[in-house]
Design a protein around this ligand. Structure first.
Ligand SMILES: Cc1cc2nc3c(=O)[nH]c(=O)nc-3n(C[C@H](O)[C@H](O)[C@H](O)COP(=O)(O)OP(=O)(O)OC[C@H]3O[C@@H](n4cnc5c(N)ncnc54)[C@H](O)[C@@H]3O)c2cc1C
Length: 310
């Protein structure tokens, strides 16, 4: 690790504007609070500095991971051998067009999703108020096509700007990528820098009423105040994964300090010192029980980030 630090300081030095940490514990950057140290954890201030980091990683064959809010990932207990990038400083929301019926926004992907939702609700821009209560960033929401209460982020995305691992930037129009259930076709190795989004105009009071209804329904049915990684599994066609897990008798099942929530069985919560290996062990236990009980093979929604260990 000291080799990387030395090379970065010697070769990049003043070309990089941003923050950089070596050995940063990723458990501090994931909502379930698991994950070991990253060799490098960088928070560039601008696209030029991001590009500098990517070229440094590329030259050395270092693995690269973008972490948004860390609210849908399980990071290995041994951490990440390579460079973890946070786009926290890519946080601009700007109006690009504002005719009578609609409004177009340019949104950088480090913007917290909840900040964008509040921005839209306050101004009467309709389209994502149903996503109220979903944590994480705009980037993570696009990659996973986040959604709730009948709305998904795909409803408003018109185009995206991406950078590849060699530092090349390009704009992808809506017909150059697609969305599915909790997935997008944005290739691995592409980092989304920003999105152009289109919203219909409505009334702030109407939207804030809908947003409040969403959050109160979520508070009653999901363990929002606990440390979790969101839904562990995708819903199989026509079924709710949480119901299948509950019917298989898994509520309260535990591996180490990771427990199947008693509030909503598709959430695993960290009761204290849970680890990624506890989480993965519990997944195996739950998958086996559900298969035995209903014959359904559950598909993970959470993304398991392997450590890229040599
Ligand atoms: C309590 C709770 C409730 C939740 N409720 C919902 C819900 O109702 N509906 C729902 O859909 N989800 C829900 N989630 C899951 C999660 O919040 C969303 O999937 C969220 O959009 C993930 O965003 P993130 O920034 O945290 O992504 P992360 O978890 O940080 O990353 C997810 C993936 O996206 C990639 N990524 C992130 N940013 C970028 C970028 N800029 N460019 C390229 N790749 C990127 C990461 O590498 C990773 O592969 C919930 C989670 C929690 C903890």
């Amino acid at each position: 690790m000291s080799d990387i630090r030395e090379s970065f300081n010697n070769e990049i030095g003043t070309d990089f504007r941003g923050e950089i940490m070596y050995g940063e514990m990723l458990s501090g950057h994931t909502s379930i609070a698991v994950g070991g140290p990253a060799d490098m954890y960088v928070l560039p201030y601008d696209a030029v500095s991001l590009k500098t980091c990517l070229m440094f990683a590329n030259d050395r064959g270092l693995a690269v991971l973008v972490l948004g809010g860390g609210t849908n990932v399980i990071v290995d207990d041994n951490g990440y051998r390579g460079m973890v990038i946070s786009l926290k400083h890519f946080n601009m929301i700007k109006t690009t067009d504002d005719p009578d019926e609609r409004v177009d926004l340019f949104v950088e992907t480090g913007v917290p999703l909840q900040r964008l939702i509040n921005y839209c609700v306050e101004r009467g821009y309709a389209g994502i108020e149903g996503l109220t209560g979903i944590p994480g960033t705009v980037g993570g929401a696009i990659i996973g096509n986040s959604g709730s209460f009948g709305q998904e982020i795909r409803d408003v995305v018109e185009s995206i700007v991406v950078i590849n691992l060699s530092g090349m930037i390009k704009r992808l129009e809506r017909d150059e990528f697609s969305f599915g259930y909790r997935r997008s076709s944005v290739e691995q190795g592409l980092i989304i820098l920003s999105a152009n989004m289109r919203f219909k105009k409505s009334e702030p009071e109407v939207l804030s009423g809908k947003a409040s209804e969403c959050i109160s329904r979520k508070k009653n049915t999901q363990p929002l105040s606990e440390r979790s990684a969101g839904c562990v599994y995708m819903n199989p066609e026509g079924r709710a994964a949480g119901m299948l897990i509950e019917e298989a008798g898994c509520k309260g099942m535990r591996a180490g300090d990771i427990e199947v929530s008693r509030v909503h069985a598709n959430y695993f919560i960290n009761r204290g010192n849970g680890t990624a290996s506890d989480f993965l062990k519990l997944m195996k236990m739950v998958e086996a029980r559900v298969f035995e009980h209903s014959g359904v093979s559950l598909e993970p929604e959470v993304r398991v980030i392997a450590g890229k260990h040599e």
